[in-house]
Design a protein around this ligand. Structure first.
Ligand code: CA
Length: 177
């Protein structure tokens, strides 16, 4: 995890909290270095302050998202920067935390972000004609489903139900769907 935050004490206490929870954390205190690090290194997640010396956080996010659309970015911002948060989310940030926040809250948000990513990976790209999750594969274009590579013989209703569930991995659907 890369933490780009110019309040050194805050940055270091976040890093400490992350390390205590088993994450590896790098710290960075200015925008120029932050931008370079996230473009050059391969982080699993980036915590990004908005007001930074050098390149500001939103500009870092803009440039980072031009080359990397999948690495999660969480914005750390001060109270009252609502417009910046909205802009950050529009630029592709995954979530934001309002300062001051506790390390426990940050860790909880990280877990939420990770769960969302896992669900996204399991459900695959929405435009993908093939769904794959474990032993199950659905070829939407061909209208076929496979388990362990063997075609499943499903009734039309069963097939429709399977497709519906595959598009809603991790969600509970009611019978009214
Ligand atoms: Ca700052």
């Amino acid at each position: 995890i890369l933490i780009i935050e110019d309040e050194k004490q805050l940055c270091q206490s976040i890093a400490e909290g992350l390390r205590m929870d088993g994450y590896e954390a790098d710290t960075c205190f200015d925008g120029d270095e932050g931008l370079e690090l996230c473009l050059v290194e391969n982080y699993d997640l980036i915590l990004l302050d908005l007001n930074l010396p050098g390149v500001d956080g939103l500009e870092i996010l803009r440039q980072f998202r031009e080359s990397d659309t999948s690495t999660p970015v969480l914005i750390l911002s001060a109270r009252g920067q609502i417009q910046d948060k909205v802009e950050g989310l529009d630029l592709g940030a995954n979530d934001y935390l309002t300062k001051p926040f506790s390390v426990e809250e940050l860790l909880a948000r990280l877990r939420v972000t990770q769960r969302r990513l896992l669900l996204l990976q399991a459900s695959g790209d929405a435009d993908s004609p093939v769904f794959q999750n474990g032993k199950l594969k659905i070829d939407y274009a061909a209208g076929c489903a496979y388990l362990n590579g063997e075609e499943l013989h499903l009734t039309p209703i069963e097939y429709k139900l399977l497709c519906l569930l595959s598009h809603n991995v991790g969600k509970v659907l009611t019978h009214t769907y």
